[in-house]
Design a protein around this ligand. Structure first.
Ligand code: IPD
Ligand code: CA
Ligand code: CA
Length: 286
């Protein structure tokens, strides 16, 4: 679509405008994610001045997480005052059957070390269905979005998972357990199986962004155990809207509840489910 507008010198100019109108709830997710991204980047140059608390072993929260979350909630509440909210730092806020699922800073460990790999993750769920998603990488200014049934975008560009057909030659992302280490041995057996069968493994450190990168075809698959819904609710919709598949660790649909998840292009994802199955910890077998 072409739009005519006046430039700074008063001349009429033609501008190419995206014809991909965004669904209104996705638009709000984008607005909120950008606001949070601004806050996160402002503090990134002075991490040493931040007040940091350890919520549990290896689980840190800073004033940045809290300020970013407050900005997101304010933006959502202004547009949708009756919607419910589940946010990592402030917990559940009651509302109607629409629920926003928010991680204001995903990759806090990276962030607090000055490692520029983190994101803001915002999803909207209605009953059991994810309907809108935004994952924002403020370092690269990359906004990944999805609206149910309307596909996924990176900024203005349509996203598609990779065409990789099998694990052979695939680049796979993962999250290495660093808090809860109950399933460490089983995880290491899974990692070994993936190392043996693939082109390589990456552990970037922001699960929300890992999903977005699978959607963008930058990684062919991803798995992690013990995530929370706010880490990947948005990423899961972005992957499926980019033509990929997301399941729980056994190939079923309980990933948001269990937090044990496998995502990827359909063929790679299915092969990962099969390849990881023999190594599942006892507690995850049924
Ligand atoms: C963490 C990141 C990390 C994943 C952890 C998450 P946080 O989120 O997504 O990649 O491995 O399991 O908890 O704590 O930085 O928001
Ligand atoms: Ca997180
Ligand atoms: Ca977080």
């Amino acid at each position: 679509m072409i739009r005519i507008a006046t430039d700074a010198a008063g001349r009429d100019r033609c501008f190419a405008v995206s014809s991909r109108a965004m669904n209104p709830t996705t638009n709000i997710a984008v607005r909120a994610a950008r606001k949070a991204g601004g806050i996160v980047m402002r503090y990134f140059n002075r991490i040493d001045t931040l007040t940091i608390a350890e919520k549990q072993r290896n689980d840190y929260v800073s004033e940045v997480d809290r300020a970013a979350e407050a900005a997101i909630i304010e933006t959502i509440r202004r547009a949708y005052p009756n919607h419910a909210i589940l946010a990592e730092e402030s917990g559940a806020h009651a509302g109607n059957s629409y629920q926003w699922i928010i991680d204001p800073l995903d990759g806090t460990t990276n962030y607090l070390h000055g490692l520029p790999q983190f994101s803001i993750s915002i999803a909207l769920q209605h009953k059991d269905e994810l309907i809108s998603a935004a994952v924002y990488d403020p370092v690269r200014d990359e906004m990944f979005t999805a609206s149910r049934g309307q596909g996924a975008l990176l900024n203005d560009r349509r996203l598609r998972v990779s065409e990789q057909k099998s694990l052979k030659g695939a680049l796979i992302g993962t999250g290495i357990p660093f808090r809860d280490q109950r399933h460490l041995d089983a995880y290491l057996a899974m990692l070994k199986a993936m190392i043996e069968d693939t082109a390589g493994i990456r552990r970037p450190g922001s699960a929300a962004l890992d999903f977005a990168w699978v959607a963008a075809g930058r990684m062919d698959g991803f798995w992690e155990l013990g995530l929370s819904a706010w880490d990947f609710a948005a990423g899961a919709l972005i992957v499926t809207e980019a033509g990929g598949a997301v399941s729980d660790i056994r190939g079923g649909g309980r990933h948001l509840e269990s937090g044990n998840v496998i995502a990827g292009g359909i063929r790679v994802q299915q092969e990962m489910v099969r390849r990881l199955a023999p190594h599942l910890p006892e507690a995850m077998r049924y």
